[in-house]
Design a protein around this ligand. Sequence first.
Ligand SMILES: Nc1ncnc2c1ncn2[C@@H]1O[C@H](COP(=O)(O)OP(=O)(O)OP(=O)(O)O)[C@@H](O)[C@H]1O
Length: 266
Amino acid sequence: MTTATDLNVREISVGFGRGAKRVSVLERISLSAAEGEFVAIVGPSGSGKSTLLNAVAGFVAPDDGTVEVGGETVTGPGPSRCVVFQEYAVFPWLSVERNIGFGTRLRAWRGDPARRAETVDKYLDLMGLTAFRDALPKTLSGGMRQRVAIARAYAVDPAILLMDEPFAALDAQTREHMQEALLDISRRERRTVLFVTHQVEEALYLADRVVVMGARPARIQAIIDVPWGAERDHDLKLTEEFIALRRQVEHLLHDVERPAAGKDTP
Ligand SMILES: Nc1ncnc2c1ncn2[C@@H]1O[C@H](COP(=O)(O)OP(=O)(O)OP(=O)(O)O)[C@@H](O)[C@H]1O
């Protein structure tokens, strides 16, 4: 069944450059996400993960194929899709509270101060930021700044949240805390999420489905249905089932990154 927040990427191809210098990055990629589904994308460096996300965001126009969100063809950036980047894209001159409040400017009820305050309070609370509401981003750690970016994206209430390696710049321990925070908010506020990461472990821990991209020009190598339910905690990563699936996906990626001798060499 197609719901209002479905994502449908239909056979998109994207290349960069002109003439002989043209490089094909994505080749006839199709992908769908149901309402509330968390889809992670893993793949070798340069395989086009960000390009795929940027095509869904509307920053990159495909040469062929279409991207549809809620049945509407994407022709450029819009409030139905909100991106959380690796670098802390929060407004440095606004407090935490006002950064999150900024997200509500795109809501139909933006002129309603009571709803605005209620929404800001909700996301401050959900991301553990209530005590930091008046702080400026520069006084916060990297992990806290990413919490602000995520809270602001949720406050927009987009149909789809796009996250491009949002935890890549964080240290290992902060990254684990952020995974917990994201799992927690996704459980309480179900949204369709497209999440790019280099880490197979992170993808399997957070997502309902993991898309494995192949080398350039990228095609989808495999789609893994993650077998664990919504209730997940850190110990899951230590289970045999998790480790076996992680190994399987890592082998797939390893094979993609190292094609058999003689193949794909210029
Ligand atoms: N605007 C652009 N102009 C030219 N080439 C581009 C552009 N954007 C991306 N590319 C090229 O497309 C290829 C795929 O890039 P992309 O960033 O999508 O890959 P990725 O899988 O996200 O990589 P990484 O994991 O290293 O972030 C790369 O070779 C990159 O140099």
